[in-house]
Design a protein around this ligand. Structure first.
Ligand SMILES: O=CC(=O)O
Length: 331
């Protein structure tokens, strides 16, 4: 007898190859028009699906989970961050949650480095000036940015992406500093020539560039609070390719407006997709560079993320532990 295929509900369009493979393997319900699901749609999905494949645009909170039917056994998130899922609640209901770590590391680290360069060397601003016909020719004093070679980079969160950023930043001549919940092994520290700061406050006060690379959890919400942001040098810049909620965005905007911070490069926002109007104004004034959450947006990353989702579902359905299971200790 052939085994009944699990009903897998996918909330957004995924790369063609991934959808095709899923349709071969599972009884899959796809979202062809790609419109983000409303809460009512999500509730309908968890009432019927054996497996839900959400993305960051789906709020899988306790209200949604409370409506889940007993058949829902796995939430196989398409993405690394799971802060849009009430994982504690899911686990308490016996629902396994998986994510897609590792495959988007290099691309996200590239984008972080791109933001550092873009802010320090005024790349986004320069790229506007030429097509806007505002360039009259080379000048010794016009559009000067800041050198990054020799500066101090403070990485908040030395996981996979933080380490991939450190490798890139070393090649640009930055000195590497980091703060992490746990100190990384000595061999990693040595390979990256990274200095560990147990005190985030002390690190912040000494850095030229701060990069946020930790996950968003209750413990990291507003980790860069108004008080901590004040510890930064006025010449410092901040980049964030992790989650907007880790920085007190209003406090950061206020400091940028007051020239108490020199610039910021943000790929993520506290209330995404809404962007704080003050940040939009600062972007028009070329004080900040804002990107529409492009960290993992490469064809390769999105394909590999899909492959990971499929592997997690297959492994789980075969009765084994899926490779990318979220454990309570990770939250
Ligand atoms: O931000 C993207 C992700 O969490 O995968």
């Amino acid at each position: 007898m052939t085994k009944k295929k699990p009903l897998v509900v996918v909330t957004r369009r995924l790369p063609d190859m991934v959808e095709t493979r899923m349709a071969e393997l599972f009884d899959v319900r796809l979202n062809h028009d790609d419109a983000p699901m409303r809460q009512a749609d999500l509730i309908e999905a968890v009432k019927t699906a054996d497996v839900l494949v959400p993305t960051i645009t789906d709020m899988i909170d306790s209200a949604v989970l409370a409506q889940a039917g007993p058949q829902l056994r796995l939430i196989a998130n398409f993405g690394a961050g799971v802060d849009h899922i009430d994982v504690q609640q899911a686990l308490a209901r016996g629902v396994t949650v998986t994510n897609t770590p590792g495959v988007l590391t290099e691309d996200t680290a590239d984008m972080t480095m791109a933001l550092i360069l873009s802010v320090a060397r005024r790349i986004a601003e320069g790229a506007r000036v030429v097509p806007d016909d505002e360039w009259t020719g080379w000048s010794p004093t016009w559009m000067l940015g800041r050198r990054i070679t020799g500066k101090r980079l403070g990485i908040v969160g030395m996981g996979r992406i933080g380490q991939a950023l450190a490798r890139r930043a070393r090649a640009f001549g930055l000195s590497i500093h980091y703060h992490n919940r746990r100190r990384v092994p000595a061999a990693t520290e040595q390979a990256l020539e990274a200095t560990y700061w147990e005190s985030l406050d002390q690190m912040l006060a000494r850095m030229d560039i701060i990069s946020v690379n930790c996950p968003h959890t209750p413990a990291t919400y507003h980790l860069l609070s108004a008080r901590r942001l004040k510890l930064l040098k006025p010449s410092a810049i901040i980049v964030n390719t992790a989650r907007g909620e880790i920085i007190d965005e209003t406090a950061m905007a206020r400091m940028l407006e007051a020239n108490e911070l020199s610039g910021a490069g943000l790929d993520v926002f506290e209330h995404a997709p809404a962007v704080n109007p003050r940040l939009l104004k600062l972007a028009r004034a070329n004080k900040v560079v804002l990107l529409p959450h492009l960290g993992s947006a490469t064809i390769e990353s999105r394909h590999d993320m899909g492959e990971k989702v499929i592997l997690n579902i297959q492994t789980f359905m075969d009765g084994h532990r899926p490779p990318d299971r979220i454990l309570p200790s990770m939250l």
